[in-house]
Write a protein that binds this ligand. Sequence first.
Ligand SMILES: [Zn+2]
Length: 376
Amino acid sequence: MIWIILILCVIAVIVHRIWVSVAAKRRRSAGGSPFVGGLVALLDGDYNSAINLLKEAVRDQPQDIEPYLRLGDVLRDTGEVKRAIQIHRELTVRPGIPKKTMARIFLSLARDYAAAKRYDRASATYEQALNLAPENEKIMEELLQIYEEMGEWDKAYLLRRDIAKVRKVDDTHMLALYKAYIGKMYLDRKDAKRAESNLKDALKIDSECAAAYLYLGDLYYEMGNIDDAISAWRRIITLYPEIAYITFRRLEKAFYEKGRFEKIVDLYNDVLERNPRDIKTIMTLANIQRKKGNLDEALRLCQTALELEPESRRVKQALARLYYEKGETERSLQAMVEAFNGFSSDEEYYYCSNCGHKSNEVLWRCPRCKAWETFV
Ligand SMILES: [Zn+2]
């Protein structure tokens, strides 16, 4: 049995080889030269033939750059990244290559490194390409992705500014967001001074940058300056009531520490006055009323929420729990509470509207699909 399978495998390989070489010959005769045939095969998505024809072109005209360049590109795109790097690197040391061509070689090599996730090498190589072809938007865009991937927000900011200049567009919103990211990076490194100056820079660029207010509040809070933290977070509620909820956990903690927990109820009521259909705020307020023992008020809020969102599992779970706590329960209800675990304000999650990625902290750039501002 094994022998039959082996023989069949060998036959399959032979047939495939023959088919590839026939396809290659057909293309060659159609296009005239192996190089042109290779390009045609590439357009057809026939990578095997493309690789064979381009190799042939390389053998025929070893002095030509173009077949090497393309061969390396196909190899990278078919997963043979190491060989792609080797081929493209050899091209970079060839003498007498015009600047414009050299920029393309560096671009290809940079893409190889990016494909291999060697981001240090990739960014350095993109930078070389950009030196030779300044203001090339494709190179700039790809390099920006690499900087973002590496968390090089300082460099990303400067590059993004250059791109906006080249394109002559107003990009203040995103530029401020990048500055806020720089600030957040220093905040995480406990470098309060640099964090503050970058977050304030973000607000100078865009005085309505929610991310900057959020992290500035975090910074003040960590420095023990709770009043300033509260007013920074409140700015978000004033500017963007629809995303007010990103500040709730923070504000509750801050008000609690100030011994002014009552204030938080006023704040939620303010938010609801401006945005009465805001389920997240309704449920947060219901939870507070519940914690304070105002079960009837909590129930009323949950029922309002359920009218707005009749399918909400979270609201139903909360209701089950409230009825249970009121003693109006039957065994089934009790089981439901145990099964679903009711409120989870301490464990709030945010989801990317683009790819569904789940995070317990609000994110401005999705780590999975790399999209911006899909969480709020
Ligand atoms: Zn995403």
